[in-house]
Design a protein around this ligand. Structure first.
Ligand code: UD1
Ligand code: MG
Length: 471
């Protein structure tokens, strides 16, 4: 590990470009997400792992949107290190880095510069870049890789002796140069004092008419300064995202990495390639995720829980030894030994206490279900506070909405609601209260009482013989 006081470090992230090739009307490129986290947040998380003294995102296109997004998604620790740099007109990556000059005026350290569209980049790789840079006493060190199809990337130019002499952008290459398979990853480490001198000399006399940062490396070589080249064998991590196709490929690879990580942590995944787990999700050992599950956002799954098949969980906390199958759970909290599904929908602000059960075709919204309580079939329960050990019969509906306002349904402990009952809120059922099947309950039921709210049955003796048409 390189010590900060000997080696002051800043990390700049280029994120000002429009990302034309993404063909998005509204979303700046670096805000597109992979496995539930935006490109820029992936890069910022990686940057934080190196504890740099300063992180400098360079923003331009939709800069207010990008800033607001980062402010919302970042920890306070991350925000403390951030210093925004603006590139009002996007005249190229060299021009973007020129915008760092006022901010880094007199900075005596080194600067990692990364493209904002390389979200899989790991801190381990950056550490390796730092090590090679420091050991070689280089003015700059460049991360490269070899690609089967290098189209679109800057090519690494070497002289006959095999020494690096510069980078040529795809659009500026001669046909023979296009065959070079070693490419620039867009990840660099510069001794700032040398880069600072070179930056004002960049020119835009190239195919795109842009100021290329990549030209700075050739210029350092011309000045006889040492440029290190670190070629990564595994290129997946440094793939740049320029189009939706790139995004899909890189995200697929990221999902694979996430699955491998959890398998390594003692989680069982059945038919793993059918399972999608966001980078923000946390799983515990011995939980089991079955085929076709999608786990997103700030979801946590406790030990020994079995999720799936075909279950979608978003921003929810699931305790230990729970079972959820064929269901959707969104922004809910499940304690231990809770059972959900098949075919249940648990909506936001629901809380299911220990040992409670939600069965098939039940929808829950903003409902607290006490320990051991059950709604096993065909119910809608919304805006309800339900005590412990209640049994909610098939077809129970809470009528929580009067067309203007939502109202609360309260059930004390040990309540039994007979099948096909309608509870018209606001309503309270006292402890151990019973609701007769098929009731429409509009008045409070006291503790220990039976509430019946239905028309009485009468049987007409001999009716069938009298009324049935004769054959
Ligand atoms: C760039 C490199 C190329 C490299 C590839 C790796 C240059 C000139 N070329 O090409 O050698 O192989 O990345 O992925 O650097 N940006 C700004 N301001 C600008 C222009 C771009 O901030 O004025 C940002 C973009 O938002 C993006 C990054 O810089 O995050 C790279 O820009 P992009 O247009 O994707 O460059 P590439 O064509 O991919
Ligand atoms: Mg790019």
């Amino acid at each position: 590990m390189i010590k900060q006081d000997e080696f002051p470090l800043a990390i700049a992230i280029m994120a000002a470009g429009k990302g034309t090739r993404m063909k998005s009307e509204t979303l700046p490129k670096v805000m597109h997400t992979l496995a539930g986290r935006s490109m820029i947040m992936h890069v910022l998380h990686t940057a934080m792992e190196l504890t740099p003294s300063l992180i400098l995102p360079i923003v331009g296109h939709h800069r207010d949107k990008v800033k607001a997004h980062v402010a919302e998604q970042s920890s306070s620790e991350m925000l403390e290190r951030l210093s925004w740099v603006e590139q009002v007109q996007q005249l190229g990556t060299g021009h973007a880095v020129q915008q760092l000059m006022p901010e880094l005026n007199g900075f005596g350290g080194h600067v990692i510069i990364v493209n904002g569209d390389v979200p899989l980049l790991s801190a381990k790789t950056l550490q390796e870049l730092l090590r090679q840079h420091a050991e070689g006493f280089h003015a700059a060190t460049l991360l490269t890789t070899r690609l089967k199809d290098p189209t679109g990337y800057g090519r690494i130019m070497k002289n006959n002796a095999g020494y690096f002499i510069g980078i040529r952008e795809d659009k500026d290459c001669e046909p023979a140069e296009l065959k070079i398979d070693e490419v620039n990853t867009g990840i660099y480490l510069f001794d700032w004092k040398f880069l600072e001198e070179i930056l004002p000399q960049l020119k835009n006399d190239n195919a795109k008419g842009e100021f290329y940062l990549t030209d700075a490396l050739g210029m350092l070589v011309t000045r006889k300064l040492s440029v290190g080249v670190h070629c990564m064998e595994d290129s997946h991590e440094v793939l740049g995202i320029n189009s939706r196709l790139d995004l899909a490929h890189v995200e697929d690879f990221l999902y694979q990495q996430i699955r491998d990580h959890w398998l390594d942590q003692g989680v069982t995944l059945r038919n793993p390639t059918s399972i999608v787990i966001d980078s923000t999700v946390e799983l515990s050992s011995d939980c089991e995720i079955l085929s076709g599950c999608v786990l997103q956002g700030k979801t946590q799954i406790g030990k020994g829980s079995v999720i799936g098949p075909n279950t979608h969980i978003i921003d929810s906390q699931v305790g230990e030894h729970c079972q959820i199958s064929h269901s959707v759970v969104n922004q809910a909290q499940l304690a231990d030994q809770v059972s959900v599904g098949p075919f249940a929908h648990i909506r936001p602000q629901s809380q299911l206490d220990t040992g409670s059960k939600i069965g098939n075709f039940v929808e829950l919204k903003k409902t607290h279900l006490g320990a051991g309580s059950k709604a096993s079939h065909l119910s809608y329960i919304g805006d309800a506070e339900i005590g412990q050990n209640c049994n909610i019969g098939a077809g129970t509906i809470t009528c929580n909405y009067d067309g203007v306002h939502k109202h609360l349904t309260t059930l004390a402990d040990d309540v039994f609601v007979g099948s096909n009952s309608t509870l018209v809120a606001p309503i309270e059922i006292g402890k151990s209260g019973y609701i007769a099947a098929g009731s429409v309950i509009t008045e409070a039921v006291p503790a220990g009482a039976l509430g019946i709210g239905r028309g009485r049955q009468s049987n007409k003796a001999g009716w069938v013989a009298r009324k049935r048409p004769q054959k």
